[in-house]
Design a protein around this ligand. Structure first.
Ligand code: NAP
Length: 316
């Protein structure tokens, strides 16, 4: 891995089809730019079509020949996830890259359409279901398709209380975020384990952006109606965060670099992995716990109704 890898170093992606969730904003938008620049066909999967359209136009202005389109996806509604997967499969006969990027952080308590705590439901369960529904197509796609799942350094504050996934005994926004990001890693590693067991060529890898200035940091304060908290988050972004363009590099590396191996985790190389160029990073012991991963997998299949056993990636 070169020490100063940038989006320009990504290999040409001509002929490849990618889906990026949350592509209208922040890291998803920058990941879209990076892939479009290298000639990938990109489906921007966005929950808000108006925002998605504005982002798509921005991409088209910068890259007039971009092979890019917008499709609606609300990860907080499993019916929408199914509809998206069906629509995608009707339009495309291959999927080389699925970037499970969309996310929300430290928001006040809310529930998804199916009644799951919103951060766990969106960040983990929505992506779990989406991957399960699209994996059969990825397994049929020539080459070495990849699933890249975005986690965070804050996976370290996460734990999984299976007896109370909906926080009925007291909700902590930050801890719920940590739980969702721990789940992203457990899922990414467990998926690779199952792919390996089947001898499948699809890779599952994970990434985190360090601290990047996006809408993520203000979303909770805006939902709470707390302008001071919002201003503090903006100030923090201005003083300490790196750009979204830099923050997207670990994801772009994981998505495109030829030397990537399944089960790897990429993040920034600078101090405390908060900023910098991409490198392989490690995650905590809990995120590599195979028993916890197997339990989360079984619970996620049950909660989403999406079974990976219908694909070759069956249960341990
Ligand atoms: N920025 C950081 O410092 C940082 C650090 C660690 C990890 N991350 C991770 O990076 C990922 C991207 O976040 P970001 O920083 O780029 O934040 P962002 O600018 O707020 O972008 C988040 C994206 O997710 C979308 N989204 C939210 N809920 C959704 C839903 N129910 N269905 C579909 N899309 C949904 C948002 O759509 P709307 O625009 O419609 O809201 C937006 O496009 C997240 O997984 C986050 O946890 C970020």
């Amino acid at each position: 891995m070169s020490t100063k890898w940038t989006a320009n170093d990504a290999p040409d992606q001509t002929g490849k089809v990618a889906i990026i969730t949350g592509a209208n904003s922040g890291l998803g938008f920058e990941t879209t730019r990076g892939l479009v620049r290298k000639n990938a066909t990109v489906v921007m999967a966005c929950r808000d079509l108006k925002k998605g359209d504005a982002a798509l136009e921005k991409i088209r202005r910068e890259f007039p020949d971009a092979k890019v389109e917008l499709m609606q996806l609300d990860l907080a509604d499993l019916d929408s996830v199914r509809q998206f997967a069906d629509n995608f499969k009707q339009r495309y006969s291959r999927l080389d890259l699925l970037v499970n990027n969309a996310g929300i952080m430290a928001i006040p308590f809310r529930e998804t359409k199916q009644g799951f705590e919103m951060q766990f439901g969106t960040n983990h369960l929505g992506h779990f279901a989406l991957t399960g529904l699209l994996l059969p197509l990825m397994l049929e796609t020539p080459g070495q398709p990849r699933v890249v799942t975005t986690s965070s350094g804050l996976h370290m504050i996460g734990d999984l209380n299976f007896a109370d996934l909906n926080w009925s005994k007291g909700y902590t926004p930050q801890k719920a975020y940590g739980r969702s990001k721990l789940s992203n890693l457990l899922f990414a590693y467990e998926l690779q384990h199952r792919l390996d067991a089947q001898g499948a060529k699809v890779l599952s890898v994970a990434s985190h952006p360090g601290y990047a200035a996006t809408n993520l940091q203000t979303a909770g304060a805006i939902m709470e109606g707390k302008p001071f908290k919002e201003r503090m988050a903006l100030l923090g972004n201005r003083l300490f965060a790196q750009s979204a363009e830099m923050g997207a590099l670990p994801t772009l590396y994981a998505a495109t670099a030829p030397d990537v191996k399944g089960g790897q985790y990429f993040g920034p190389s600078g101090l405390l992995e908060m900023r910098g160029y991409p490198k392989v990073v490690s995650s905590n012991k809990k995120s590599r716990d195979p028993e916890l991963a197997a339990k989360l997998w079984a619970v996620s299949e049950e909660l989403t109704g999406v079974s990976f056993s219908k694909t070759p990636v069956e249960q341990r």
